[in-house]
Write a protein of this length. Structure first.
Length: 113
């Protein structure tokens, strides 16, 4: 596995789920939901503006936006349904969802080689 792909793998399967779990630790409040939504949008826009100058930084910013958006969705689901099983389900599903960008990168790498 090439070093950039290995870095993306570690980010997707280790850092992403851990960051997601840190972002959903507090109880879902309206200010927290607003901060996550604004943060996700800002990171995605920053990533889009950085792609020309620094593709790796742009990709990292878009990935950070993705993790923030997944945390926002998990918080919204937890806020709508106040059940213990919902909390566990959003943690598991969100942790798995943070790994989705890896499959896109791996597929693109496979198709380009």
């Amino acid at each position: 596995m090439m070093p950039p792909l290995l870095i993306a793998f570690v980010l997707s399967f280790a850092v992403g789920p851990l960051l997601f779990l840190l972002l959903i630790q507090p109880d879902p409040t309206k200010p927290l939901l607003a901060a996550l939504a604004i943060g996700a949008l800002a990171a995605a826009l920053l990533g889009a503006s950085l792609f020309d100058r620094s593709p790796l930084s742009g990709l990292a910013a878009v990935w950070l936006g993705w993790v923030s958006a997944v945390a926002f969705i998990a918080h919204a689901a937890r806020r709508m349904m106040h059940r213990p099983r919902t909390d566990l389900a959003t943690r598991v599903a969100g942790s798995l969802a943070t790994t989705i960008p890896w499959f896109g990168l791996a597929t693109a790498q496979m198709l380009s080689s």
